[in-house]
Design a binder for this molecule. Structure first.
Ligand SMILES: [Fe+2]
Length: 190
């Protein structure tokens, strides 16, 4: 099930089609709590594009229930990838859910921690809940990754520049990004 792709790896069919359907409804139901994404190389002309996201930290702060399935999948990732102490769950955003529509895309960027967590790299495990009719693939270190719906793929978000191919067609790109902070010291050992 694990497959090397570009300079990273993925797990195909990480979620079932039933889970995919459930998560699609859930993410679309959160639209009112989402803000327009203004990070990752924002330009005012992108305001016409649908690029929205929210995070579990935000939802919890405002008393909005995080879907048990989202947490169940997080626990599956933790077990599969052995994300235990000293690796910690992203203390700032937790996990984020995002939706992007036609013509939208992720600008090339890396993600850095705040100074308080400067000893950590951010690593994100992305679950592709739905992909646009065309485009939408992740770009990782300038390589387009051949990953599709229901896959999980790993992103060393602090270390490797990442982006996405421009969405084409009216099907939404929906993504859940599970966040972990990995101590930099763990990268120096074999
Ligand atoms: Fe990122």
């Amino acid at each position: 099930m694990k497959r090397l792709v570009g300079k990273t790896y993925c797990y195909d069919e990480f979620i079932t089609t039933e889970e995919q359907r459930e998560l699609r409804h859930y993410i679309l139901s959160l639209q009112d709590f989402m803000g327009h994404a203004k990070s990752n190389g924002y330009k005012p002309e992108y305001d016409i594009l649908v690029r929205q996201s929210t995070s579990t930290t935000y939802l919890e702060k405002y008393g909005i229930t995080v879907h048990p399935l989202l947490i169940d999948i997080r626990n599956r990732i933790i077990k599969l990838e052995e994300l235990y102490e000293p690796i910690i769950h992203d203390p700032r955003l937790g996990d984020w859910v995002g939706m992007t529509d036609e013509d939208a895309f992720v600008e090339p960027h890396t993600d850095l921690t705040t100074d308080e967590y400067s000893d950590y790299n951010i690593r994100r495990y992305n679950v592709i809940v739905s992909m646009p009719n065309e485009g939408g693939q992740p770009i990782y270190d300038d390589e387009i990754l051949d990953v599709g719906e229901r896959a999980l793929w790993m992103c060393e978000a602090s270390l490797v520049k990442h982006a996405s191919v421009i969405n084409q067609g009216s099907r939404m790109r929906l993504n859940i990004s599970y966040g972990f902070y990995v101590p930099k010291s763990l990268y120096n050992v074999n």
